[in-house]
Design a protein around this ligand. Structure first.
Ligand code: G1P
Length: 354
């Protein structure tokens, strides 16, 4: 079985972060989101991994994958962003006639994808697809499944009035039968070739499509709130470890201080991650916070936040909370008058001053 990760999307709901880099390379709990996908596929015993990129996302995704030594990954180019089924079509040559797991590169799964792969392998012969399903409170932003005795009888993409609360999570096991259905697709109302429509075509043609409820949490990291929540969920699984330097500080609970990081005169309440070569000085870092590599937090308080690589937070009087501070970004105070906010904010940024 092969694994196909999709990483060609624009991530418009995560702007401004995605103005400069694609969603799958954003770090959550210290690791780019796409690396969790690669690791989950490897853990499921899938070693032939392809990643679909766009002309826009290719360089960043390649850089992240190159710096990860765990797997050989084939990059596949999707020239235009025309939907998930279109991305699978772009990978048709690489996939050949192999069954495959389609893995949306912005989705995170607590328990990985081994269960879904196994369900497909033990399913009745002739099973065309197995979809991962999760009961959610509001399924309107997802694909939604109607089931009968383990079979999916109908699929709808983002229905206004969902008939069930069963959301389609972003990992699918497919037999090569899916390719024929993709060939016959028409674009949807939003102008995309939808994988949901291709699966519905399988059902309409009488093929067996199964749904499997997945265990553990699942997160589609579409919006800023989702990134923070994913960071929280992933940090909750940390094991305390100090590889860096800690001086005159208090570390409580599950705190990781990576190699080259320096923590001085600070209090850190876990779960929290202080990444390699960062500096935390005279600061408070509260629970569910990731401080990125080479970032600096001085004379400030921060909790439930993500601070990206090389960002800097300096002498901020009010506690920062629910913040995502991007790569190389800086937040600081400037002494003296006038007491005013001085902001240089990129397009579509969000600042809430309380
Ligand atoms: C896609 C699929 C949708 C699925 C979701 C899971 O939507 O079209 O059926 O429920 O992924 O993350 P998107 O998030 O690309 O709009």
């Amino acid at each position: 079985m092969k694994g196909l990760i999709l990483a060609a999307g624009r991530g418009t709901r995560l702007r401004p972060l995605t103005h400069t880099r694609p969603k799958p390379v954003i770090r959550v709990a210290g690791k780019p989101i796409i690396i969790y996908a690669v690791e989950n596929l490897l853990a499921a015993g899938i070693e032939q991994i392809g990643v679909v990129v766009s002309p826009d996302t290719r360089a960043d995704v390649k850089a992240v994958l190159d710096s990860y030594n765990g797997a050989e990954v084939a990059l596949i180019l999707q020239e235009q962003p025309r939907g998930l089924a279109h991305a699978v079509r772009a990978a048709r040559g690489w996939l050949g006639d192999s069954p495959f797991l389609l893995y949306l590169g912005d989705n995170l799964f607590e328990k990985g994808v081994t269960g879904l792969k196994e369900s497909f392998e033990v399913a009745e012969q002739g099973t065309a697809a197995v979809l991962a399903l999760v009961g959610v409170e509001d399924p309107r932003q997802f694909g939604v499944a109607l089931m009968h005795e383990g079979r999916i009888t109908r699929l709808m993409e983002k229905p206004k009035e969902p008939p069930t609360n069963l959301a389609v999570a972003g990992v699918y096991a497919f037999s090569p039968l899916i390719h024929g259905m993709i060939e016959g697709l028409e674009p949807s109302l939003r102008g995309e070739y939808e994988i949901t429509d291709a699966v519905q075509a399988l059902i309409d043609a009488g093929y067996l499509v199964l749904g499997r409820h997945i265990e553990g949490w699942w997160k589609d990291t579409g919006r800023a709130e989702d990134l923070l929540d994913a960071n929280r969920l992933l940090l909750a699984g940390l094991q305390a470890r100090v590889d860096g330097e800690v001086r005159d500080s208090r570390l409580v609970g599950r705190v990781v201080v990576e190699r080259g990081a320096r923590v001085r005169g600070s209090t850190i309440l876990g779960p929290a991650l202080i990444a390699a070569d960062s500096l935390v000085e005279n600061a408070f870092v509260g629970p569910f916070t990731s401080i990125g590599p080479e970032a600096r937090v001085r004379a400030s308080e921060i909790e439930y936040s993500i601070v990206a690589d090389r960002a800097s937070i300096e002498s901020v009087a009010t506690r920062l909370q629910e913040c995502i501070i991007g790569v190389n970004a800086s937040v600081s105070s400037r002494p003296g008058l006038p007491k005013a906010h001085r902001l240089v904010i990129g397009d579509e940024s969000r600042v809430e001053i309380g």
